[in-house]
Design a protein around this ligand. Structure first.
Ligand SMILES: [Zn+2]
Length: 132
């Protein structure tokens, strides 16, 4: 099970919440009540907003949780609304910037191509080993 799956697994299901799940806080005797909110997140260079996302809030203590099914819907909506342009702004230390320019010159590549090449190599080297 991946870290992501474990994180998802720890969330209650909609069926458990609909049945009146007790608050997660051991010292609280409250129950979760369904509410909705808009979620805004940065994806790539875009801001994605998901309207009316469901979450569950404890009436007694105010702690809240999200059903695992809703988390999957949020992730799917965010993926479908994300538009990867292939353009981004990168911030580096001046020293790393200088080293990369020198590498690009030594390899007869533009800085852009040097960076793209190195990122591609890095992805291929780690693929399947440590997906985050
Ligand atoms: Zn509570």
């Amino acid at each position: 099970m991946s870290k992501e799956e474990q994180r998802l697994f720890s969330h209650p299901s909609e069926a458990e919440l609909e049945a009146g799940l007790a608050c997660d806080d051991a010292e609280c005797s409250g129950e979760y009540v369904k509410k909705t909110r808009d979620i805004t997140m940065k994806r790539g260079s875009r801001t994605v907003t998901i309207h009316g996302s469901e979450y569950w809030e404890c009436e007694s203590c105010g702690s809240f949780t999200t059903a695992k099914e809703e988390i999957q819907r949020i992730q799917e909506k965010a993926r479908s609304q994300t538009n990867y342009t292939g353009r981004l702004t990168l911030r580096l230390t001046p020293e790393l910037h200088r080293q990369l320019v020198e590498e690009a010159q030594a390899n007869h590549r533009s800085l852009n191509n040097e960076l793209a090449y190195r990122l591609q190599q890095s992805l291929e080297a780690t693929n399947g080993k440590k997906r985050i």
